[in-house]
Design a protein around this ligand. Structure first.
Ligand code: BGP
Length: 458
């Protein structure tokens, strides 16, 4: 039997933009996702935009009952910046009432409340005025927004997080054209990455001033890079891939400084961001005390076959190619590699190289296309999801036995949610959502999660 320590928490994660919905006169301003959906050439799956969610804004009372029914002892969501603060800087009182009631009810039900401040959802007014995190003005506005959240909801929240997966905002928004503003500009990408690390440190600084009982951290997606062979070129390629995918935020946020190897590469390409010594001091002095780690799949890396031509914009992939490992196990419903052992490697990396800082799995899960085909007797029989979670927990448990400071596991996600590029194509939830009727149905994995949580293992 795999048994976790007492107090290990069991939860699910979601985000404001993917779950809250927009109701008439609720005062929520537009975000970059509304703009992306209405104006961009990108075609969303079934043409469903960010307004079609499980509308937790309206349904949170019944949803908290479902959290209890499925054994949750913790829950992570985010605050929508565009809902809380309008383009004139005014606080939306309807948002305050909503978050107060939502977080209080979670607390009353004995569910730990984990709140993230930013999950890819820049208010459109900030994106348009300051080009988002390209400009330092946004950093200042973000720090002010963070302070407002701590002051308003500080007593209700157990753990705060400054950003979710910041490297995704950088890559998708400024290199790969998957997120608004759909640019390809290496210089801006580096500046955005630096500005987000600075914004995170400023939020930590504001947080510390208030002496709240809660903790503050950041949520990072870690995709460990594995070289194709032990030859020095493949090994070096994997190291460079890690510098961009992992060290870029893990180092400044936990150690308060950037990896020398990463700085060298950026210098070589004339890509150092604009920074001041005073800002570097803020980053140094305001590291996080808690980490959320999202893990879905590893990166398989080999040395570059051909270097890009001189005019190509600099990408991390300048130095490496990713490849598909023959015989790999994939999630056949989604195409991502399933490699649970990486979770053990992540845990060891944090234990050995990052002071064994306290952390938890903040996202891990399996997206499945066309999931209703697995429905029998009114319940989705998602044994594949149960197996997926178990395999990851085995690796996590082993690392904890060896001293890793991991405190809990959060699944992505609670109720099937809207996703950034795929809308409802891939379903991840413990609860099935019919977004037309807004009805919810617990899947087999939801009932299983309750047993897992009750027994603190399986
Ligand atoms: C993470 C995000 C989540 C969620 C998840 C699943 O990167 O933090 O918001 O969307 O991935 O990915 P997707 O929705 O693209 O299938």
């Amino acid at each position: 039997m795999i048994k976790f320590k007492d107090g290990f928490f069991w939860g699910s994660s979601t985000s404001a933009e993917q779950s809250e919905g927009r109701l008439e006169n609720d005062g929520k301003m537009l975000t970059v996702w509304d703009k992306f959906f209405s104006d961009s050439p990108y075609k969303f799956h079934d043409n469903i935009g960010p307004e079609t969610t499980s509308t937790i804004y309206k349904h949170f009372k019944e949803d908290i009952k479902l959290l209890k029914q499925t054994g949750h002892t913790a829950y992570r969501t985010s605050i929508s910046w565009a809902r809380l603060i309008d383009d004139k800087g005014n606080i939306n009182q309807k948002a305050v009432t909503f978050y107060n009631s939502y977080f209080s009810l979670l607390k009353e039900n004995g569910i730990k409340v984990f709140v993230n401040l930013y999950h890819f959802d820049t208010p459109l007014y900030i994106q348009e005025k300051y080009n988002g995190f390209v400009q330092k003005e946004t950093v200042k506005l973000y720090a002010k927004y963070a302070k407002t959240c701590f002051e308003l909801f500080g007593d209700l929240v157990d753990s705060w997080f400054t950003f979710n997966e910041p490297i995704v905002s950088v890559e998708c928004g400024y290199l790969l054209q998957y997120h608004y503003p759909l640019e390809v500009d290496s210089k801006k990408a580096v500046q955005v990455a630096y500005n987000i690390a600075l914004a995170s440190a400023l939020a930590v600084k504001e947080f510390k001033k208030l002496n709240l009982k809660s903790k503050i951290g950041i949520i990072l997606n870690i995709t460990p890079s594995y070289p194709r062979s032990n030859n020095e070129f493949d090994v070096k390629a994997a190291h460079i891939a890690d510098l961009f995918a992992t060290n870029s935020f893990l180092d400044p946020c936990v150690k308060g400084e950037y990896s020398k190897d990463l700085v060298e590469i950026l210098k070589k390409h004339d890509l150092l961001p604009s920074y001041t010594e005073e800002e570097l001091k803020i980053i140094k002095e305001n590291t996080v005390s808690f980490l959320g780690i999202n893990y879905y799949q590893p990166l398989r890396v080999c040395a570059k076959a051909n270097l890009p031509n001189d005019n190509a914009p600099f990408m991390p992939t300048y130095y490496y190619d990713s490849y598909v490992m023959p015989g790999r196990r994939i999630n056949k419903y989604r195409g991502w590699e399933i490699y649970p052992h990486a979770l053990y490697d992540i845990a060891k990396n944090i234990q050995n190289n990052y002071g064994n800082i306290e952390w938890f799995v903040a996202e891990n899960g399996m997206g499945v296309e066309d999931e209703s085909r697995f429905k029998k007797d009114g319940i989705i029989q998602d044994d594949y999801r149960i197996d997926f979670i178990k395999q990851h927990l085995v690796e996590l448990h082993k690392a904890i036995e060896e001293g890793s400071n991991c405190k809990g596991y959060m699944h992505w996600t609670f109720i099937d949610c809207w996703s950034w590029l795929n809308a409802y194509k891939n379903r991840y939830g413990f609860i099935e959502l019919d977004y037309n009727t807004q009805k919810r149905y617990i899947k087999k994995s939801g009932y299983w999660f309750k047993e897992l949580s009750d027994n603190n293992g399986f």
